[in-house]
Design a protein around this ligand. Structure first.
Ligand code: NZQ
Ligand code: ZN
Length: 388
């Protein structure tokens, strides 16, 4: 196992009827901005409930944070934070609203040009860069991104999708009530299953470092997803199935399974380009790239692929190659069983677009991806060709 630092200060309130914790965890005299998305949380009454739990505090609303939150939109909210002296933000939504809120928290009092905050990549933005960061809490409505218990955000601009990492943007608390996710369209639930699955495998199917705890938690998350996904998509109000999806999504990306192990975020990086160029949903981009990546990288990942085949899919017969073949096939079939297409061509993207995607990877400096930084642009091109 590699050396690691672990820090996660987010307080979790999980289960039904936990909104009273808003009042208990925000200063009584705070002026609060509620951030939300395109309107689902407004329509189903959740924003009103959050407001009721804020009691007599002064409240300002900012709606309209779009999926794949955009810099320009978030800067409008940052202006409100400054002008209205906001001192706490309540994000009500999925990954886009939470990520967007993290950026608002960083950008509101940043002294320079906030656009620069998009250019840090995987390097962390510290208090030396941003002196004052607005604290925030979360009410989660979509299990997928894991943003409710981590320090990452992904922000979009006309130049592409940019990761923004800062330990200053862990939520102070997150309320995870599975019933708030009951109104999700089936496709968003399926996207969430794929996102959670691939977050887990990108920290698990790399090379072995004898990290038994991390491996077994990862395998537990993957097996849970395989067990509950059909039920939670077919029966949105099945509380237990949905509760297990919500906690899987949080656990997959709160840092625990990624401690002390190699990580391979290639699928996410290529996926971000597909969203930026063609508007394909984040979860769908992962379902397109991941099976193709496994085929291209089966030699480098052989030991962990075999472990994945045996422990997650319970494949016991056949040679190592046959087991790996079957595990990759089962991965693709799993995504398709959720109603998600796994071929780029099925989203209307033709093979003449591959050089355009590769060029974007180059522009964004994504020329040495993977757990061993050896995925060059040529290899990314091969992955895209396999994904057609
Ligand atoms: O905007 P509204 O009207 O609320 O509708 C949203 C949106 O259209 C809808 N929705 C959310 N909760 C709902 C609901 N509809 C009905 N009932 C509910 N309870 O769902 C749509 C998608 O929402 P979005 O927040 O965009 O989805 P998701 O949670 O999948 O987030 C995707 C974003 O997260 C980033 C992605 O890049 C993408 O921008 N990620 C962030 C990560 C992180 N911070 O660590 C890691 C992930 O890899 C991911 O990249
Ligand atoms: Zn993701």
């Amino acid at each position: 196992m590699f050396n690691f630092d672990f820090y996660n200060p987010t307080r979790i309130f999980f289960g039904k009827d936990r909104l009273e914790n808003i009042d208990k965890n925000i200063p009584a005299d705070a002026k609060v901005l509620i951030t939300f998305g395109g309107g689902s949380a407004k329509k189903n009454g959740l924003i009103d409930k959050v407001k009721a739990n804020l009691g007599n505090r002064k409240v300002v609303e900012f709606g309209g944070i779009e999926p794949n939150p955009r810099y320009e939109t978030l800067m409008k909210a940052a202006e409100i934070v400054r002008n209205k002296n906001i001192d706490f933000i309540m994000a009500v939504g999925g990954g886009s609203v939470i990520d967007g809120t993290k950026f608002i928290c960083l950008a509101s009092f940043y002294k320079g040009d906030a656009y620069d905050l998009l250019k840090y990549g995987s390097a962390q933005i510290t208090s030396k860069v941003v002196e004052k960061v607005v604290p925030f809490g979360v009410v989660l409505t979509l299990p997928a991104a894991g943003s409710e218990m981590n320090m990452g955000a992904v922000i979009s601009s006309e130049e592409g999708k940019f990761p923004v990492m800062s330990a200053l943007t862990f939520p102070k608390f997150s309320i995870l009530d599975p019933t708030y996710t009951f109104t999700l369209p089936k496709i968003q639930v399926a996207n969430g299953v794929v996102d959670t699955f691939v977050h887990t495998t990108e920290q698990y199917i790399t090379f072995p470092v004898d990290a038994k705890i991390q491996d077994r938690i990862a395998e537990g998350i993957l097996q849970t997803l395989i067990e509950i996904s059909e039920t939670t998509i077919a029966e949105p109000e099945n509380y237990d199935a949905r509760a297990n999806l919500v906690w899987s999504a949080t656990m997959a990306l709160n840092g625990i399974i990624g401690t002390g192990v190699p990580q391979d975020w290639t699928t996410h990086m290529i996926g971000h380009e597909l969203t930026a160029l063609f508007g394909i949903d984040h979860g769908q981009t992962l379902a397109i790239i991941y099976p193709a990546l496994l085929e291209v990288r089966r030699v480098q990942k052989q030991a962990k692929l075999l472990q994945y085949a045996e422990r997650v899919w319970h494949i016991q017969n056949g040679s190592a190659e046959e087991k790996i073949d079957l595990a990759i096939q089962k991965t693709r079939e799993f995504f398709e069983s959720l109603g998600i297409k796994t071929r780029l061509s099925q989203y209307g993207v033709t093979s003449d677009k591959i050089p355009v995607i590769v060029e974007q990877l180059k522009i964004h400096g994504l020329t040495a991806l993977s757990e061993t930084q050896d995925i060059t642009l040529d290899i990314s091109q091969k992955i895209l060709e396999k994904a057609m």
